[in-house]
Every structure is written in C-alpha cells, then in structure tokens.
Design a protein around this ligand. Structure first.
Ligand code: T46
Length: 134
C-alpha cells in the first residue's frame, strides 16, 4: 500500500507582538533548492485551475492569504485539502494530477518550484496522464 498523496510541511511562524512572519528555508520547510516562485491571486469567482500533472517538477504550495481547495490524483486515489494557512505547505511531486477549486476572493497561493518553467514538463491531457500512470 502506498503512502498519502497529501504531504504537508509545517512552516515555522516567527510572529511577535508586531505581527506575523513565516519562513521557508532550505533544510527547514524547503526540501529542495528553489529555482522559481510564482503566486496565483485575483482568481475570479467560480474559476478552477490546474488540470495537469508534471513529469519531474517538485513544488511546495503555501496559501499565504485566503483559502483554496487543492486535490491530487495519482490515477487511482484522489485526496483533497483546503489550504488556508501560511503555516502549512503542501508538497506536490511529479506524476500527480492537480486541480485547484473554491478560491476565496482574497486567495494568494504561493508556489516554490525546483525548476524553471518548462511547458514540456506538463501533462495537460488527462487521457495522456492516465495512460502513463495506469
Ligand atoms: C501547477 C499549479 C499548482 C509561465 O509562463 N511561467 C510559470 O512559471 C507558470 C507557473 C506559468 N506560466 C504561464 C503558462 C500559462 O500560459 O502562465 C499561464 C498560466 O499557467 P497555468 O495555466 O499552467 O496555471 P495553473 O494555475 O493551471 O497551474 C499552475 C502551474 O502552472 C502548475 O505548475 O502545478 O499552478
């Protein structure tokens, strides 16, 4: 039996009386060297995103404001989680179909990636994904 699809990392919180500060660093919350960071925000009501898998890319997703539901599917099992805290990161490795739903209007989803953007790393057809994993 394989392990859980949803793999979380705890992100240290270093807030004080002035407010909040969260830190993701190599050897701590970051399990890989980051080569790219992007963030998804201003998502329109009712919009879902994702609907693809990656061949090699590893990513850490942190919802630093608002909330979003993220689901992962390995071809057999699907697991989903609501991300709504900057203290909790979701690690997403290769070979997982991901979808993002139910973005709150104020959602800011930050994503740390271990490689630069490369369209050839994407599997955007679910049919092709299922052919590769099953
Ligand atoms: C992922 C989920 C969680 C770039 O030019 N550079 C980039 O670094 C990224 C991430 C995207 N783009 C371009 C490619 C598309 O023309 O921006 C456009 C939107 O990307 P996409 O439709 O892939 O966005 P999402 O939200 O469906 O998926 C993104 C990431 O692409 C993906 O790697 O795992 O977030």
């Amino acid at each position: 039996m394989s392990g859980p699809l949803l793999q979380f990392v705890e992100i240290p919180q270093r807030g004080d009386a002035r407010g909040q500060l969260a830190v993701a660093e190599l050897g701590g919350a970051l399990p890989f060297v980051v080569r790219r960071i992007y963030w998804i925000y201003g998502t329109k009501p009712g919009v879902s995103r994702g609907f693809h898998a990656h061949k090699k890319l590893r990513q850490l997703c942190v919802c630093v404001a608002g909330s979003v539901r993220l689901s992962l599917f390995d071809g057999r099992r699907e697991e989903s989680v609501v991300l709504d805290s900057s203290a909790k990161g979701l690690l997403i490795g290769p070979g997982l179909w991901r979808e993002m739903h139910d973005f709150s209007h104020d959602c800011v989803l930050m994503v740390f990636a271990d490689a630069e953007y490369e369209e050839t790393d994407y599997i955007r057809s679910k049919e092709d994904f299922l052919k590769n994993v099953i």
